[in-house]
Ligand binder design. Structure first.
Ligand SMILES: *[C@@H]1O[C@H](CO)[C@@H](O)[C@H](O)[C@H]1NC(C)=O
Ligand SMILES: *[C@@H]1O[C@H](CO)[C@@H](O)[C@H](O)[C@H]1NC(C)=O
Ligand SMILES: *[C@@H]1O[C@H](CO)[C@@H](O)[C@H](O)[C@H]1NC(C)=O
Ligand SMILES: *[C@@H]1O[C@H](CO)[C@@H](O)[C@H](O)[C@H]1NC(C)=O
Ligand SMILES: *[C@@H]1O[C@H](CO)[C@@H](O)[C@H](O)[C@H]1NC(C)=O
Ligand SMILES: *[C@@H]1O[C@H](CO)[C@@H](O)[C@H](O)[C@H]1NC(C)=O
Ligand SMILES: *[C@@H]1O[C@H](CO)[C@@H](O)[C@H](O)[C@H]1NC(C)=O
Ligand SMILES: *[C@@H]1O[C@H](CO)[C@@H](O)[C@H](O)[C@H]1NC(C)=O
Ligand SMILES: *[C@@H]1O[C@H](CO)[C@@H](O)[C@H](O)[C@H]1NC(C)=O
Ligand SMILES: *[C@@H]1O[C@H](CO)[C@@H](O)[C@H](O)[C@H]1NC(C)=O
Ligand SMILES: *[C@@H]1O[C@H](CO)[C@@H](O)[C@H](O)[C@H]1NC(C)=O
Ligand SMILES: *[C@@H]1O[C@H](CO)[C@@H](O)[C@H](O)[C@H]1NC(C)=O
Length: 595
């Protein structure tokens, strides 16, 4: 149980004849070994959009923690006390992490909790001898109800091992930034004004005023946040080792709650770090492969309420910087690596069950899991301050278990493994608060397809995965009028090919690697619409000994574009063997923005 929380692999890769499931590598290439002058430290980045209020000057800045995470293995999280800055007027808040490291080190998983509620999950890049640094900025407005309280414990967990070989320590600074955005008209994606942006100023202003009807937690923060996490020296996350592990927490919610959302944080590690590329156990057993990365490629994170499944998610495969080919992620890291997405599940239809004044059990588990997953959640609650209690009743509960079909065919090391899964859940319930009697209808759809192919005596492996999640929330008044509607459709396809060739020296191999993955999200909320497309395409090779990349070359092309009713932002970056060769930012929409 108390095994180290390491991303580094604890077993040797497969023999070089069979293509191993991807490993976690550390990178030892000494590019500048011969030069007399040391080049300056390089900045690592995750390509994303600027924060919606990034052009504003913060009204207050609170540097809360400076800490060096050296040999922190088996140590409890680092704590400090949080209280909001005095005399600060703010409506939005951001968390800024600034970090640096040099030497050799594996990537590490890390998280920040406030009063036991997770507010950021992140991972570190692998440093170089010359040094690297990076910055992560996250909109944390949704945690406002916590951020306005005094004397809370802020905790940061980053387990690291430092020895003669792995020398990299992580220097981390954490700062909260507070913004008062209600009076200033900002532009959608800052920098310069374009005709399109000027035109939309008026609308933009409305959007920036917190929209109380929005289902987006940052637009409409909850009044109360209750963490569903563990208390402990190993961090606040629960560790899921197998599919039968379900962790529960009993919570009694206030009787005047009129909306509830559970936000789930999740990351996969160890044998399940690359779960989407894990072959079934039968393949591993028949071929007597010395790997424990199996159990097929279907995982579903389940949220339970008193034993009923009330929501589920197939997480986006976030690839850490040592993953697949570490050379892919220098200096542009993989989608989500610095700010792992969390998943919101609307629980308002269940208030009828929850508002009976009794303790109810919220559970988290991972269907199909092998060791290990780190999960926790925050229960966001909105309270009716005008009454002591609201009435509610569940109307519909329909959540059939996920239908999963598997088709496995293989002969020795070659074969094809296909899995398809589907789930559709529908929930509804009414809540009669001082604002009126509203019925919330939630429809969640999940579709999943995964194919793993082995060729050339198992030395070539190809993984193709498609996941589509659709999440719809409709609110109707008792007269049947539609009050609000929101729909989010998320897709994250992934395709990966690795080919392994034995090296001339024992325990070495050459691997060719190719990866294409993306995150696509279409949102609509009333008349507001937005489309995000974020994709990365990487190709390269590496020469590996044990878990160390000795040499190699790689390139990554990333294209990020977000278009909404207010404007556009695009960024295209090309990276070749650690150098950014093209970085183009644009503010013009490819298509005319429908208003
Ligand atoms: C470093 O110098 C040695 C000897 O001069 C040379 O063989 C080697 O190729 C150089 N390595 C690099 C990365 O330039
Ligand atoms: C803080 O607010 C109090 C009360 O509003 C006021 O008296 C005081 O001058 C303010 N302090 C600063 C530093 O602005
Ligand atoms: C952290 O803050 C300290 C003090 O301001 C500064 O000297 C240091 O360079 C910062 N480190 C990083 C990694 O930002
Ligand atoms: C790297 O770290 C070592 C030890 O922490 C330090 O002595 C050295 O100056 C650092 N080098 C750079 C380039 O930051
Ligand atoms: C904060 O907590 C400490 C120790 O628990 C206590 O002494 C102090 O009075 C508290 N301060 C506030 C503002 O609540
Ligand atoms: C914050 O915004 C409000 C509303 O526009 C304004 O009245 C107030 O002066 C602002 N406060 C600060 C400190 O800028
Ligand atoms: C927001 O919700 C209220 C009811 O709570 C409704 O009257 C109003 O029309 C809604 N506004 C928008 C913009 O949807
Ligand atoms: C930080 O707080 C947590 C939760 O209270 C505790 O388990 C842990 O031991 C604390 N860390 C340190 C270094 O004291
Ligand atoms: C619930 O609805 C009834 C009318 O149907 C109303 O009289 C009552 O005040 C409502 N309750 C709350 C808590 O608002
Ligand atoms: C609220 O509305 C629902 C459906 O419109 C209805 O069935 C229920 O009785 C109403 N509740 C109250 C307290 O009026
Ligand atoms: C990357 O940049 C370094 C320093 O500018 C240069 O020496 C090296 O040749 C470049 N590598 C590639 C692949 O462009
Ligand atoms: C850089 O990328 C942009 C956007 O993809 C492209 O239009 C431009 O031609 C590229 N420039 C170079 C020098 O490749």
């Amino acid at each position: 149980m108390h095994s180290p929380l390491l991303l580094l692999l604890l077993l040797l890769p497969l023999s070089a004849t069979a293509s191993p499931p991807p490993d976690h590598q550390s990178h030892f290439t000494n590019r500048h070994l011969n030069s007399t002058t040391t080049p300056p430290p390089q900045e690592y980045i995750e390509i994303t959009r600027p924060l919606p209020f990034s052009s504003l000057t913060p009204t207050c800045t609170f540097p809360i923690l400076t800490h060096t995470f050296a040999n922190t293995i088996n140590l409890p999280p680092t704590n400090t006390t949080y209280s909001p800055p005095h005399n600060c007027t703010w409506s939005r808040a951001a968390l800024h992490i600034s970090a640096s490291s040099n030497g050799s080190q594996y990537d590490r998983i890390a998280a920040v909790w406030l009063a036991g509620a997770e507010i950021l999950r992140t991972s570190t890049p692998e440093p170089t001898p010359e040094g690297i640094f990076w910055n992560v900025r996250k909109d944390v407005t949704k945690y406002s109800s916590l951020l306005r309280q005094s004397n809370l414990t802020l905790s940061v967990m980053l387990e690291n091992i430092v020895n003669d070989v792995y020398t990299g320590v992580y220097h981390v600074n954490l700062t909260f930034l507070y913004y008062n955005d209600t009076k200033i008209v900002t532009r959608p994606f800052s920098r310069r004004s374009t005709a399109i942006i000027e035109e939309n100023r008026g609308i933009r202003r409305r959007k920036l005023n917190l929209n109380k009807n929005s289902t987006d937690l940052n637009e409409n923060p909850a009044d109360l946040i209750i963490p569903i996490s563990t208390i402990g020296d190993e961090g606040f996350w629960f560790r899921i080792e197998r599919e039968s592990d379900v962790v529960y927490q009993g919570i009694q919610i206030p009787l005047n709650t009129y909306r509830a959302v559970i936000e789930v944080y999740v990351s996969s590690h160890g044998n399940d770090e690359f779960w989407y590329s894990n072959p079934p156990d039968s393949y591993i057993e028949m071929n007597r492969l010395p790997t424990t990365r199996g159990h097929g490629a279907y995982r579903e994170v389940l949220v339970k309420l008193d034993d009923n499944v009330v929501g589920s998610v197939i997480p986006i495969p976030v690839i850490f910087t040592g993953g697949i080919n570490p050379l892919f992620w220098e200096p542009v890291v993989s989608i989500g690596a610095f700010d792992l997405p969390s998943y919101d599940i609307e629980l308002t239809p269940f208030l009828g069950m929850l508002l009976d004044g009794k303790v109810h059990f919220f559970g988290l588990g991972v269907d199909g899991a092998i060791s290990f997953w780190l999960v926790d959640a925050n229960l966001h609650l909105w309270l009716d301050h005008k009454v002591d209690r609201v009435q509610a009743e569940a109307v519909k509960y329909s959540s059939p278990s996920t239908c999963v079909e598997r088709e496995y065919k293989f002969q020795q090391l070659d074969g094809k493994f296909e899995i398809e899964g589907k789930r559709k859940s529908e929930f509804s319930g009414w809540v009669n608060s001082s604002a009126g009697n509203f019925t919330t209808y939630v429809t969640r759809k999940l579709k999943f397809e995964n194919t793993i192919k082995f060729k050339n005596d198992g030395t070539e492996k190809n993984v193709e995965q498609e996941v589509k999640l659709t999440n719809e929330v409709k609110i109707k008044s008792s007269t049947g009028d539609l009050i609000s509607t929101s729909k989010v459709e998320t897709k994250y396809p992934l395709e990966m090919t690795t080919s392994t060739f034995p090296g001339s020296v024992k325990d070495t191999y050459l691997m060719k690697t190719k990866l294409e993955h993306s995150l696509k999200e279409e949102k609509s909320e009333g008349t507001f619409k937005s489309t995000l497309v974020n994709s990365q395409k990487s190709e390269g090779w590496m020469f590996v000994q044990d878990h160390d990349v000795l040499s190699g070359a790689a390139s990554t092309d990333q294209s990020y574009s977000v278009e909404d009713s207010f404007g556009c932002y695009t960024r295209s970056v090309s990276v070749s063997s650690g150098n950014i060769t093209n970085d183009t930012t644009g503010y013009l929409c490819a298509s005319a923005s429908p208003l």
